[in-house]
Ligand binder design. Structure first.
Ligand code: 3PG
Length: 447
């Protein structure tokens, strides 16, 4: 590893303060950033999160926001040999694909060729990396096609033992993490290089960390979280952290998260809706139910559920109050009354943290809850932080981005950070900076 002898300048990059009522903490990341290092002529692994919504039939990109957002980092590495590590969805999901389309889309946006190889760390990938010239870009295939990426559990050293990290560390000089949106996941491609290569925060990573820390610097009250979408297990953990750490005054639940809370509070939401939740949660059903039940018991006044729902019945939207359940048909949105209550709450909140759609927004009849809550954020005076790929896509499609406080590229990562959890991807950058913080041009600035 030649880079150990090669110096990297250092300074403190990002310092953010979190001051919450009941939680006064200091979130401080001392990580290396791209302005502090000279990576010209070097082989640089760059982990990005360009996991994007794809058309279920054609696989065409429905939104390229995340791809656009990595361009500042790539521009800073314009004289390096850049090797991109990325994922799309996860095994078993319909949109789990190769990254070939991502490389083409990135090439189109950059106006430059982005090479692609159908391999991650085998012979084909290593040969392609070795033949890169300065200024060239190569994207490896979906890292989640590697079994170890999906299943390895353990600390940084365990991750470093994986074949991906072993092979790629041999051939690269540095690792840049620009994948803020999956910084909450601990996997070889996110944290495995901590002790094997100098790990540096990319431009997007730094931007997200500084914007989100601003959002939590004395947030205006009331602070509400609006949690929806189908990553219900993640959302319940976040809700738990947010309420127990006093980050939020109220949590409004929508989408699949609302269905789960309605279910555990004794509302008969109908077999079809329970089965859908079970299908999404799979092995985490029991633990999610247990955590949500305890949270509801401890914070009954703070978790606000819809009072009515919109069902998908014979192709139509049918709004019904909870007392009329169960009915046949899937719950595809909040009902009108609930949408109005949520809009009012958003407009009178000082801070709004919103993640995930309120319903099946892809069907126009059921987009109402999602669209109205976003409109309320844009119209209200509160500072709104939007998290999650779907939410970010909708915000940009509806032209609301400049009316929001911050539109994060992260969903779970954004929420975890706001809930006060340490993100493994950020912890890895901090840890690596401690080891690789040395410079040819400047003495170490111990802080
Ligand atoms: C996301 O889209 O939020 C990130 O890419 C993380 O995806 P994951 O929830 O499948 O890990």
């Amino acid at each position: 590893m030649t880079f150990r002898a090669f110096a990297i300048a250092m300074t403190r990059v990002w310092t953010g303060r979190i001051k919450n009522r009941g939680l006064v903490g200091l979130v401080m990341a001392k990580v290396l950033n791209l302005d502090e290092v000279d990576l010209d002529g070097r082989t640089v692994l760059v982990r990005v999160d360009i996991n994007s919504p794809l058309d279920p039939v054609t696989n065409v990109f429905l939104d390229d926001t995340r791809i656009k957002r990595i361009i500042p980092t790539l521009n800073k590495l314009s004289k390096s040999k850049v090797v991109l590590l990325a994922h799309q969805s996860r095994p078993g999901k319909k949109d789990f694909t190769s990254t070939l389309g991502h490389s083409r889309e990135l090439g189109r946006l950059l106006g430059r060729t982005v090479k692609w190889v159908d391999d991650i760390y085998g012979k084909k990938a290593l040969t392609a990396i070795e033949s890169l010239e300065d200024g060239e870009l190569l994207m490896l295939n979906n890292v989640r096609m590697d079994e170890e990426e999906i299943s390895t559990k353990g600390d940084f050293d365990v991750m470093a033992q994986t074949q991906m990290v072993q092979n790629l560390s041999m051939i690269a000089d540095a690792f840049v993490n620009d994948a803020f949106a999956c910084a909450h996941r601990s996997s070889p491609s996110i944290v495995g290089f901590t002790n094997t290569l100098p790990c540096i925060a990319g431009e997007l990573m730094n931007y997200e960390l500084s914007k989100l820390s601003q959002a939590l610097d004395n947030p205006a009250r009331p602070c509400i979280a609006v949690l929806g979408g189908v990553k219900v297990d993640d959302s319940v953990i976040v809700a738990d952290n947010m309420l127990r750490n006093d980050v939020c005054d109220h949590i409004w639940v929508t989408g699949g998260v609302a269905n789960l809370f309605l279910f555990i509070s004794g509302i008969d939401i109908g077999d079809v809706n329970v089965d859908f939740l079970k299908g999404e949660l799979k092995g985490s059903w029991d633990s999610t139910i247990a955590m949500a039940s305890e949270l509801l018991m401890d914070y009954p006044e703070c978790i606000i559920m819809p009072s009515d729902v919109a069902l998908h019945l014979e192709g139509n939207r049918v709004d019904e109050p909870l007392k009329n359940l169960p009915l046949e048909g899937q719950i595809f949105d909040m009902g009108i009354t609930s949408i109005q209550s949520l809009s009012r709450a958003i407009k009178s909140a000082g801070t709004i943290i919103l993640n995930g759609p309120a319903g099946v927004f892809e069907l126009s009849d059921f987009a109402l809850g999602t669209v109205e809550m976003l409109n309320a954020c844009a119209e209200g005076d509160g500072y709104s932080v939007m998290g999650g790929g779907h939410t970010a896509t909708l915000v940009s499609k509806r032209g609301l981005a400049d009316k929001m406080g911050h539109v994060s590229t992260g969903g779970g990562a954004c929420l975890d950070l706001l809930a006060g959890r340490t993100l493994p991807g950020v912890a890895s950058l901090e840890e690596s900076a401690k080891q690789f913080r040395f410079s040819i041009s400047k003495p170490l600035d111990h802080q």
